[in-house]
Each structure stands twice: as C-alpha cells, then as structure tokens.
Design a protein around this ligand. Structure first.
Ligand code: ZN
Length: 265
C-alpha cells in the first residue's frame, strides 16, 4: 500500500457525521455530547490521514472518546491501539471478534493483507446482537452480522442535521474473502457462519436506512456521491435505496460463491 495515495478530503456526510477515512478503509466521525466518536479506525498505515482529517475539520483528535468497530479485521481496527495509547479512547467491538483484537486468534487478516498484527488491544465494551448503547447522547443499535467475521456488527443510529433526524447505518462486513469454505477450514471456523450470513442479509434488508455509511468507500458508492455533491450540491449521501442495493449486490456475490463451491455448508 502507498498510504499517500489513500487520501480522501474529509467532509461532512450529514449533520454531526463526517467522513475522515481513506480509500482502503472508511472512518467516520460523530460529534456527540461526550466528545468525538469514531466508527472504525482503519489501517495503522493510514492513521495519520485520519488524524490529519479530523484536525482539518476543526476538531481535536484528543477528543476522540469512543471507538466503535464494524468488525475485527486489520483494515477496520488497525489504528485503534495508537488512538487508545494517545488519547485514552474507549473501545467497542462485537463479542465474537474480541480475541481477534487481542491477538489470541490470528484472524485480523493482517497477514493476508501483507502485514503483521502488532496493534493488539483489549476492547473495553463487548457488544452483542440487539444491544442499544447510549454513547454521548446517541443511541447506537447493534445488530449481529456474523459471517465475514464472527462478531461483525451492523451499527444503526440517528444523525441530526438540517433535514432533521436521519437514520445512518454501517454494515458489519460483507467481503466474501473470509466466507469461503477454504478460509473457514484453514482457521477451523464453522461452516454455519455462511448460513448465519445469509440470514443476516435478510434481516438487515428489512431496516430503513437513510444514510449508508460504507465501511469501505465502494460499499456505499461514497466517492461517486462525493463527486456528485461537489458538482451539483445537495446531499447525495441521503439515499434510502443505497443500503438495499448494497445488500442485494452482496447477496448476489454470496450466492455465486456458494454456487461455485457447490454447497452452502
Ligand atoms: Zn473485513
């Protein structure tokens, strides 16, 4: 990776929610009554961009009080340890991924991505399916999204802005890389994660989402929406179809992988 090629100018997504991430991994910043909340910290290699982006928006990274994670892979939690060490932020992660983060199990994908996982941390709060946590005056609803990892979490909350309250959501994890039978077998993970994933796609599709915050820019067509906003104004990030289109696309990739492998379990 060439971190300097990963830069995306930071910007407001809606109301109190901002994009501060990189091309290889999204990070979103939420202003709350208890300081700043970060959704995913990204790769350690691009953390300097996240910090710089936060400053460029006029915030002080020292005020990062809470870090929520979509799942326990390197490109989503790699920057967390440094933020904990520097600013003492409190960390939240799906219970099933706790031992990915602390290094007990070698499942962060750092190795597969070409790195060594050296940023181990013990999450302060382990979240479970159905949890609603009030953090800085904002209710975060966590919906278990097992599959891509065991503890992936869909995270839903309301942002407040010029058009009133809008429901934002981040999908836990959608890549097929960690759902292949070969991958599951190589780490002795249960094949039933694939059935769980199929189920969660149906469950998540029933949710209403105004603002899809992709944990990768391609998940929510973020770059395209940003270009549209720069050219035409308005707020293309508010798009109630985006979430469902993403789920439909993910379902298609999942079904084609299963068809190629010849069996679900
Ligand atoms: Zn992942």
């Amino acid at each position: 990776m060439k971190p300097w090629e990963q830069y995306i100018p930071p910007h407001r997504v809606y109301g109190n929610v901002y994009f501060v991430g990189a091309r290889c991994g999204s990070s979103h910043l939420i202003e709350s009554d208890d300081g700043l909340i970060l959704l995913d910290s990204g790769y350690p290699q691009t953390l300097y961009l996240v910090i710089e982006n936060i400053r460029a928006l006029g915030f002080d990274p020292k005020n990062i009080k809470h870090i929520l994670h979509s799942h326990g892979h390197y490109d989503h939690l790699g920057g967390t340890r440094a933020l904990v060490e520097l600013y003492g932020a409190k960390t939240y992660l799906g219970e099933g991924d706790a031992d990915y983060a602390d290094g007990t199990r070698d499942l962060t994908w750092a190795k597969e991505l070409g790195y060594k996982y050296e940023e181990q941390f013990t999450p302060d709060v382990l979240v479970k399916d159905g949890d609603v946590l009030n953090i800085g005056g904002i209710d975060f609803y966590f919906q278990g999204c097992p599959g891509h990892t065991e503890g992936a979490m869909n995270i839903y909350f309301y942002a407040d802005g010029e058009l009133g309250k809008k429901r934002c959501a981040m999908f836990g994890g959608a890549g097929m890389n960690s759902l292949t039978l070969d991958f599951l077998d190589s780490y002795s993970l249960p094949h039933t994660l694939r059935a769980d994933f199929a189920k969660v796609l149906e469950i998540a599709d029933k949710e209403h989402v105004d603002v899809h915050l992709g944990n990768h820019v391609w998940s929510s067509r973020h770059i395209e929406k940003l270009a549209k906003q720069q050219a035409e104004g308005g707020n293309p990030f508010i798009d109630e179809n985006c979430w469902h289109e993403f789920i439909a696309k993910t379902k298609k990739s999942f079904e084609s992988m299963v068809a190629k492998e010849g069996r679900l379990l």
